[in-house]
Write a protein that binds this ligand. Sequence first.
Ligand code: 1DF
Ligand code: MN
Length: 351
Amino acid sequence: MLIKDSIDRSNARGYLRIATEEAFAPASVLEHYRKLKLDDPGFNSLWGFYLGSPSERAQSVIRRLQDLGGERLADMDASGIDHQVIALTSPGTQVFDAATAAAIAIDANDELSAAVNAHPDRYTGMVAMAPHNPDSAVREIERGVKQLGFKAVILNGHTLGEYHDAQRYWPIYEACQALDVPVYLHPNAPPKAMIQPFLESGLDGAVYGFGVDTGLHMLRIICSGVFDRFPKLQFIIGHAGEALPFWQYRLDYMYGAGQRSRRYPHMPLLEHPISHYLSHNVYITNSGVAWQPAIEFCQKVIGVERVLYAMDYPYQFQADEVRTLDEMTIPAEHKKMFFQTNAERVFKLGR
Ligand code: 1DF
Ligand code: MN
């Protein structure tokens, strides 16, 4: 049960709209990005654009990212969003050295917490952390969940080119399972080792590179065996599942064939086919994909109880997409699950 104020909003349409992949950035983080000299072409392409372009898109994104008050609430009202689940924008802490990253996580969590406390019926927080040092990450996750009341952990793709299937990161997953909070695996641009062919053709960002890298990252985590070790652990991925539902049949067949023939002896034998983990350990949001065929396909493949609404504010702030989704020709109870009740359950809203 959410907040009374919000429940009143839902009367006419029969459901609340809860957006679950919404971004913010403290001014201090953008300042760190501005100063950062990093040999990471994906970061430089993305943040070079947003921090350097005079375009209306870049300027409005930079302004809206920093606002957790009047403009954001007005935008939510104008587009019919009752509630945002908010995380530190990508790549968050994950382009800094361990000490800087840990300090930025604490500041970002404190700033977001103040906004959530000021507007508890409108905002829910995800915990930012610095995965570089998993023990300190776990401490910040515990603070975020137990003291600040945040409901998920944000992981913004690879950290300086390293993916988070590596066992040294598993204490983070152990803590998330124990605290019963999901990990939102949000895109980052492909790392340096992979990005060149994307960059040459203008496909490194949210258009395609993000999805390729995040789908790969989710698969790496599944194939590492982390869900055999932590079977209750839950991940969330956006953008209609970063294409993984579409790949599912092929993944099951070929990964299974590879496992049975021990083609990659360094990889663990999984207890289940990849599809099992997609429908037991992964939630999907539609962020950036306001398209019924893809949403329905995800619902069919991984289950209607596992597909959630997200806008991807402020990167895809499009009020007309909310109407498009309202008008989806799916059963009314599935629409309410999509917009409201799945998010209430996954993020334990109001509890
Ligand atoms: C963009 C898109 C940037 C998404 C994001 O964070 C982001 C973009 C820096 O359009 O450049 O979260 N997105 O999730 O689609
Ligand atoms: Mn996003």
